[in-house]
Write a protein that binds this ligand. Structure first.
Ligand SMILES: [Zn+2]
Length: 367
């Protein structure tokens, strides 16, 4: 999700994947707690104290968010199993999202990464129902009602996510199926995105109808429909880009004009010798091997004394592994990495031979 970086609270790391929440998740937490505490629980088990209702509603809301996280983790872990990187998992206003760093390479892995999320939600629904059934003689009826609600809502999540349109899991399943049948991943993506647009319009239509009848829940459908339209659009734009870039190598588009900062040079000497205006410059060893990066603006801000005396090695930052690509790599495979790094350095037989920056590729500075 673009823009999810800001306002993101880091919760921890699971299997090396950063797990976080966007502040907008508080809206779900509040809404679910209110719906449970003010309506569903008092309706199912009347005559309890308000404190009991709110306490169990709060706990139900936390378990609900936990079950969203399990759904996303299921996607992420299967992705890792198929060698597809996972950038991060984030909970936000409309649920959870597991961001993959690249596309699955086969229809089979595409299918399995997608289908395991709804399966995880289905499994939670079954476990919560069994827990409610087994524990009901011993635990408070309010807790039993909450467990049954958890079961129901996870069943709804499983079914909703299997609707066949991108960006829903069902859309990915549809894409994998079409990809397998036609052998054309891009065409399959385009069709799944079209189905997603169609679903988005249906949700918006249903949302407007419900709002017309004075039902607040219609707003939720409008939000989901709007999000699906946007995501389906982004999906088809990405597909068009992939199609246009098919067969284009990194070496075809990289800039061969780039500055380097030899690690042993004084900072001042590098500043005096930069000519390209690139913001980020690779630090190289005597053999031309990239060993770090420096930001030219940061160097210029250093005290003049430091600039004269310190060497580049003293002020260089480590080079992220994602910032290096081979000269023969396909451009589409490295494009989305530019979101995570300031510049990508193109290496041939160990030495830097070119550079890719977001300014150069998209005509705008990176994030
Ligand atoms: Zn999912």
């Amino acid at each position: 999700m673009v823009g999810m970086e800001r306002g993101r609270i880091r919760l921890g790391t699971v299997a090396g994947i950063p797990v976080g929440a966007h502040w907008s998740v508080l809206a779900i937490f509040g809404l679910i707690t209110i719906i449970l505490g003010a309506s569903i629980l008092p309706g199912a088990v009347p005559g309890r104290s308000p404190i009991a209702y709110w306490f169990v509603a709060g706990a139900g809301s936390v378990i609900f968010l936990g079950s969203l996280l399990v759904h996303e983790l299921a996607h992420a872990l299967v992705a890792l199993k198929y060698g597809v990187g996972v950038r991060r998992i984030t909970l936000w206003l409309l649920g959870g999202v597991a961001e993959l760093t690249e596309n699955p390479r086969t229809p089979k892995s595409d299918f399995r990464i997608a289908v395991v999320g709804p399966l995880a939600s289905l499994a939670i629904a079954v476990v919560a129902l069994i827990a409610a059934y087994v524990a009901h003689p011993w635990i408070d009826t309010l807790l039993v009602a909450m467990l049954i609600w958890i079961s129901l809502v996870n069943l709804i999540i499983a079914v909703f996510n299997m609707l066949p349109g991108a960006p829903l899991d069902g859309g990915r399943v549809l894409r994998a199926f079409l990809w397998k049948r036609t052998g054309d991943r891009e065409r399959a993506s385009e069709m799944a995105a079209t189905a997603g647009r169609f679903l988005g319009f249906i949700f918006i239509g249903l949302g407007i109808m419900r709002m017309g009848f004075g039902q607040f829940g219609g707003l939720w459908l409008l939000l989901i429909g709007g999000f699906m339209l946007m995501a389906a659009h982004a999906e088809s734009e990405a597909t068009k880009l992939r199609r246009r870039l098919a067969g284009v190598r990194v070496s075809d588009v990289m800039s061969r004009r780039f500055d380097v900062a030899p690690a042993w040079w004084p900072v001042e000497q590098v500043l005096a010798n930069t000519t390209t205006g690139h913001r980020v410059v690779p630090v190289v060893s005597a053999t031309g091997t990239p060993v770090g990066v420096v930001n030219i603006a940061d160097l210029a801000r250093l005290d003049p004394h430091v600039r004269m005396r310190a060497t580049i090695a003293d002020v260089s930052r480590p080079l992220p592994a994602d910032a290096i690509v081979g000269v023969a790599d396909e451009l589409v495979d490295v494009l989305n990495r530019i979101e995570d790094v300031d510049a990508i350095f193109v290496v041939d037989r160990g030495a830097v031979v070119g550079v890719l920056t977001s300014e150069q590729l998209f005509g705008r500075p990176g994030l």
